[in-house]
Structure formats: structure tokens, C-alpha cells
Write a protein that binds this ligand. Structure first.
Ligand SMILES: *Cc1c(COP(=O)(O)O)cnc(C)c1O
Length: 225
């Protein structure tokens, strides 16, 4: 028997609280996004029953049938994976946030297509890993300006996927850097950017210590994929 979702959720909440306390932060300032790629609808329903309210998917084509099956449930969906421009037309009214905007071109294409406002994060490839999506830190200012100027996009903050490492301590500098990029961008644009989406199953306690306001957790909640 795998650990129950309820037990996993409790363990995650406890870990968030300990990390927040270590950093003198309020644990309620950390929002949990349950990442449900490959997770069956039954288990998503269970998560909804346990009070989870934000769900993340990384592929639009996997998310849409799940959304249809679950129906109206007073939950939000975030796109956390790379967005292809040919999928933009499916986002309206379905996703409440796109966490993975990583180019000015994508931001412009989104803005052209949308009829109503959408929350977005700019995804930053902080470690500049060549195989990864996300904007290079050097390109962030221009992308952030484009998003901020778009009439249908609401820039809320930054997101990153930290490199895979054997010890989560090794990615602490990545989280620090994202936070400082957020502070700089906020200063340059003269607007608050409250969301720092960083921290996944293998590194979220460190992310909380470094100021994450949003965690994207898959395996910590639902078990191995
Ligand atoms: C899969 C995924 C997650 C969750 O990963 P876990 O390690 O299972 O917590 C978070 N963010 C993105 C972008 C993902 O693709």
C-alpha cells in the first residue's frame, strides 16, 4: 500500500511549517500547487476532497480531458510545463495561471489570442541548463516588460525548475538568485511581483527557507510517477 494522499499532505504541511519557522516566515504565505501529470482523475478528486485548490499540469492536451471529467469544482488550474503556441487557443477560461512564459514572442502570442485576463509567471532557467526551457536571466528584463505591457496578461512573479542534484542544499543558490531576480524585476517595473514559484518534491524545504510563495509538488503528494 502506498502512503495515503492524506498522510502525504500532512507530512508536506509539516515540512512547510518547519522550514517556514526556520526562516521566520508565515507558513500560510506558501501556496501549494498539486502537480497532477500522469495522476488519474480519481486521485485528483481525492485531493480536492482533502482541500487542495490549485492543480498544475505540464501538458495542455493531458489537462483538458481531466478538467472535463472533473467538471466545476471550485479549483484553479495552472500550466507549469512548456507552452507551445499551437495550444494557446485552449487556455481561455480553463487555466487560471500560466507559470511557464519564457519568451517575449510567446507573451505576445498569448496576449493576441486571449479575450480575458490571465495570470502569468515568467519561467527563468536560472542555472542556464542548455537542455531546459525557461528564459535566460539576461533576457528576463525584456520579457517581463513585454508581459507587463500586455493588456490580457497579469504578471504575478517568477518561476523556476531547479537542476536535479543529489543534495537539495546544492540548489539553494538557485532559489536565492530567483528571489533576487524577482526583486530586481519588481523594482525595474515599479510593480509588486508577489509570486515566487520554486520548490518541487526533492527541494521544497530549501525553497521555503529561501522565500518560495508557491510550491509545485507532484511525487511528495501522489507518490512516484
Ligand atoms: C512535474 C513537475 C513538477 C512536480 O515535480 P515533483 O518532483 O514530482 O514534485 C513541478 N514543476 C514542473 C514544471 C513539473 O513539470
Amino acid at each position: 500500500m502506498p502512503a495515503s494522499l492524506q498522510a502525504n499532505l500532512e507530512a508536506v504541511r509539516q515540512a512547510i511549517t518547519s522550514s517556514a519557522q526556520r526562516a521566520s516566515r508565515d507558513p500560510s504565505a506558501v501556496t501549494l500547487v498539486a502537480v497532477t501529470k500522469t495522476v488519474a482523475v480519481e486521485r485528483i478528486r481525492e485531493a480536492v476532497m482533502l482541500g487542495l485548490r490549485i492543480f498544475g499540469e505540464n501538458r495542455v492536451q493531458e489537462a483538458l480531458p481531466k478538467m472535463d471529467e472533473i467538471g466545476p469544482a471550485n479549483i484553479d488550474w495552472h500550466l507549469v510545463g512548456h507552452l507551445q503556441t499551437n495550444k494557446i487557443k485552449f487556455l481561455e477560461g480553463r487555466f487560471q495561471m500560466v507559470q511557464s512564459v519564457d519568451s517575449a514572442g510567446l507573451a505576445e502570442a498569448l496576449d493576441r489570442r486571449l479575450q480575458s485576463a490571465l495570470d502569468v509567471l515568467v519561467e527563468v532557467n536560472v542555472a542556464e541548463e542548455s537542455q531546459k526551457t525557461g528564459a535566460l536571466p539576461a533576457d528576463l528584463p525584456a520579457i517581463a516588460r513585454t508581459v507587463a505591457a500586455a493588456s490580457h496578461l497579469r504578471l504575478r512573479g517568477l518561476m523556476t525548475v531547479a537542476p536535479m542534484v543529489s543534495d537539495a542544499e546544492q540548489v539553494r543558490p538557485i532559489f536565492r538568485r530567483l528571489r533576487s531576480l524577482r526583486d530586481q524585476t519588481s523594482h525595474e517595473l515599479g510593480m509588486p511581483l508577489p509570486v515566487l514559484s520554486m520548490g518541487m518534491t526533492d527541494d521544497y524545504p530549501v525553497a521555503v527557507e529561501e522565500g518560495a510563495t508557491m510550491l509545485r509538488l507532484g511525487r511528495a503528494l501522489f507518490g512516484p510517477r
